[in-house]
Every structure is written in structure tokens, then in C-alpha cells.
Design a protein around this ligand. Structure first.
Ligand code: GTP
Ligand code: MG
Length: 304
């Protein structure tokens, strides 16, 4: 079949080739770079069922009262459920969320940290696909169909990347950008992967991959752990370009030094430990560009 003339093979800023669906020629505005891949409706809900997949959006919140309303108002109407995991906010975040969207589900986090919050949200999610976005306005909810499209096209786990063509950031400081790149080099070297962006909160996966991820951390290292565990479990991991907008109000909760160190420790611990007990789920995958495109290849851990 002839390739869609609007599509060109994309490249990362380092010149690596990426999936053909990842760049839509003539429209390189941040947040709008993707042609949605062909959909295989037989896969969903629950992969292999019929109809559209049910998308659960999980949003961790810690004192985001001024930000959560605008974020919720931008969510596509088609999402199946919105789960707010609140970490004992004292500024009225939960009330602001319910005022903006009365049907969102509120989960009160028992522990502390973004990782703990996301794990609580994943436990509560009931959709076929889980999408994680931050509550500070930095993640553009209009990109959700791009992530879902990549999953429908064959990926098990799809990461946002600010470093693919069409992605970017108006929020990343120089120090954090350097740290993220350095940690990415460590992971790519140790796990023989091709991640272009390691520590980024905008991600999506089929919910049936959760046992394979077997998440067990509490802090900002959660995204790194998800990425590494997905690779170690043999999941099909892909990246899609994403543009990170500036936080709307307030300050980041992340500490570049201490949280960066937590991420590094997580990477080294994961390299030392073997393959997780639960292997990749057996599912049918349609032939699609993503299977030939920008997959983030992983090390075969049985030989490690
Ligand atoms: N429930 C909960 N949410 C948290 C916690 N820490 C951070 N968050 C939320 O996690 C999201 C990301 O936190 P930010 O403070 O924006 O950190 P960041 O600098 O953007 O860092 P990343 O996006 O994770 O790279 C925001 O929606 C926060 O409100 C926590 O301890 N509990
Ligand atoms: Mg943020």
C-alpha cells in the first residue's frame, strides 16, 4: 500500500529515524505532530474486544488548586474516567477538581510522593488504557489521542518524549534538562535502549501491563522505573513526541539533586536485579508502522 503522502519519515534531533506516523508534514506545531495510526477496533476494549478502548486518565495532585481546573477542562470528552490522586493538598485542590469536573474520581493517597500517588491511581483505574498526566498544566491533554493511537498501533507502553521532532519543553530548566539527558544515557547504556527522554510524566499503557511493571517506588523516580520495568518485561515500548508547557501556577515539587539521585539509584538497582517474575502479556498485535518504527529496544535479560 502506498504511504500516505502527508507522512514523512521523522528523525530525532540527533538524526535517528523514527516511526513514519510520528511526523505529519507541513504541521510541526507543538502538540500537533501526529497522524493517528490506523485503528484496529477489534483490539478493544480490553484488547481483543470490540469498540473503542476505555481511557482512564490518572492525575496526581499536590496543592494544584489553581491549575487543576484548566487541566480538566481541556481533557477530551471521550475519556472513560478521570482519577485525581490527591496527596493531602491544603489549598482546596479536591474541591477545585470537583468544581471543574463533577464526575472525576478522587483517591486520597495513603502514603507520600508522586510514585505512591500514581500507584494508587493505577490500582483504582478501570479502563483499558491508562494515561498519566500532571496537574500543573504542563501536559497538553489534546495529545492524549496521540498516545492512544500509538497503543492501538501495537505498543504496550508509550512514553512522551520532549526530544523527538515535534516535541519540546517550555518548562525544563537547563540543569534538569542536563540531568535528564545524563540519566537517559546511563539507562540506554545499561539496558541497550534508545530512550530519548527518560524522566517525563506524560505516558500511557494498556492496563493489563500493570502486573508486568510491578511498580514499587514512591517518588519522582516512578517514570524511570516504569520505563525500565517495561523494557525488562519485554513490553513493546514506543515514544511519541510531546510538548511540555510551562507550569501554570506555583512551583515544582521536584528537587533536581535529591530526586536525580533517587532516579540514579533506581537505575542501578534495576540493572543489578533480574527480570521481573511476570512476563509480557500475550496479545494479538496488528501489523503497524510502530512495530517497524521507533521502538525502544531492550536488553535480553536472560543473558545479563
Ligand atoms: N498526589 C501527589 N501528587 C504529587 C506529589 N508530588 C508531586 N505531585 C504531582 O505530580 C505532578 C508533577 O509534579 P511537579 O511538582 O509538577 O514536578 P515536575 O517538576 O513537573 O516533575 P515531573 O513532571 O514529575 O518531571 C504534579 O501534578 C504534582 O501536583 C505527591 O507527593 N503526591
Ligand atoms: Mg510539573
Amino acid at each position: 500500500m502506498d504511504q500516505d503522502p502527508r507522512i514523512e519519515i521523522g528523525t530525532t534531533e540527533h538524526g535517528e529515524e523514527i516511526a513514519p506516523h510520528a511526523v505529519l508534514r507541513g504541521d510541526r506545531r507543538p502538540g500537533l505532530p501526529i497522524q493517528t495510526p490506523p485503528l484496529d477496533r477489534r483490539r478493544s476494549p480490553g484488547r481483543g474486544g470490540s469498540g473503542w478502548p476505555r481511557v482512564s486518565v490518572v492525575i496526581p495532585t499536590l496543592n494544584e488548586a489553581r491549575n487543576i481546573g484548566p487541566v480538566l477542562s481541556e481533557l477530551p470528552r471521550s475519556v472513560y474516567e478521570v482519577i485525581i490522586v490527591d496527596g493531602r493538598s491544603t489549598d482546596g485542590t479536591v474541591e477545585a477538581a470537583l468544581a471543574a469536573r463533577a464526575d472525576c474520581r478522587i483517591v486520597h493517597q495513603a502514603g507520600r510522593g508522586k510514585g505512591d500517588a500514581l500507584r494508587a491511581g493505577f490500582d483504582a483505574a478501570q479502563g483499558d488504557i491508562v494515561v498519566t498526566i500532571d496537574a500543573d498544566g504542563s501536559a497538553d491533554p489534546h495529545e492524549i489521542p496521540v498516545f492512544v493511537g500509538a497503543l492501538l498501533a501495537g505498543a504496550d507502553f508509550t512514553k512522551g518524549s520532549r526530544h523527538l521532532v515535534g516535541g519540546g519543553s517550555a518548562d525544563l530548566t537547563r540543569l534538569r534538562g542536563l540531568g535528564n539527558r545524563g540519566l537517559g544515557v546511563v539507562v540506554n547504556t545499561l539496558f541497550r535502549t534508545r530512550f530519548t527522554d527518560l524522566c517525563y510524566g506524560y505516558n500511557a499503557f494498556w492496563r493489563d501491563c500493570l502486573p508486568a511493571l510491578d511498580l514499587d517506588c514512591d517518588g519522582f523516580e516512578i517514570e524511570t522505573l516504569m520505563n525500565i520495568r517495561a523494557v525488562k518485561a519485554g513490553l513493546r515500548v514506543s515514544e511519541v513526541p510531546s510538548f511540555e508547557r510551562p507550569r501554570l501556577h506555583g512551583l515544582s515539587n521536584l528537587n533536581a539533586a535529591s530526586d536525580g539521585m533517587r532516579v540514579l539509584k533506581t537505575i542501578l538497582r534495576e540493572r543489578r536485579s533480574g527480570r521481573p517474575a511476570v512476563a509480557r502479556p500475550r496479545v494479538h498485535r496488528a501489523e503497524s508502522p510502530i512495530e517497524r518504527g521507533h521502538l525502544v529496544e531492550g536488553i535480553e535479560h536472560s543473558s545479563a
